[in-house]
Design a protein around this ligand. Sequence first.
Ligand code: MD6
Ligand code: FE
Length: 221
Amino acid sequence: MTFDLFDNLPEPDSRGGEHSEAIGPGAVVLRGFALSRALALRQAIEQVHAQAPFRHLVTPGGFRMSVAMTNCGTLGWVSDERGYRYDPNDPDSGRPWPAMPAVFVELAREAAAAAGYPGFVPDACLINRYTPGTRLSLHQDRNERDLHAPIVSVSLGLPAVFLFGGARRADRPARIRVAHGDIVVWGGPSRLFYHGIAPLADGDHPLLGTLRLNLTFRKAG
Ligand code: MD6
Ligand code: FE
């Protein structure tokens, strides 16, 4: 008789460490993909912040966003009373956004390729900073000129619940836990799907304390 001790183990891919999970058409979570570069990413974020500090933008409806934001790259995402747009300059300083650090560009390119989107060259990186209680309500990312390019979204620090809906605002979103080092890549059929971040739970992360940082890479121009 042969009986296999390992029959009931999950596939190698789902045993933890680095693996990927499909979360929708053209959308995947690469678990742990950024982990080995987390320290370099944190340092690079500090350098961007020194030149272009995090700030709370105002929505076109006049509400102050609870998530603090900054940008690097040739284009930065901004919001004010006039609407959402990409701007080559930081409206607070009037200067161009800081250049995208090499460690960012390389990570985004590798993650996109791993998710089936080779040749991704981002020109915009939005950096989101969350503290416990902050959230990002359901929205579509549709201010980018080229909707063929995917979006690469890197999570660092405290874990969050990524709400991933469908093509219509009324589609009930799936709740996907995104932890330190995870990368969500989406594009193709789900490029315009509604998504958001549920209110961040309390916690204390060894590298980032009471923060969640999110890098969202796009080809915006
Ligand atoms: C966040 N992310 O994770 C907010 N958008 O903090 C986004 O809004 C987002 O994660 C497009 C694609 C992936 C994302
Ligand atoms: Fe988004």
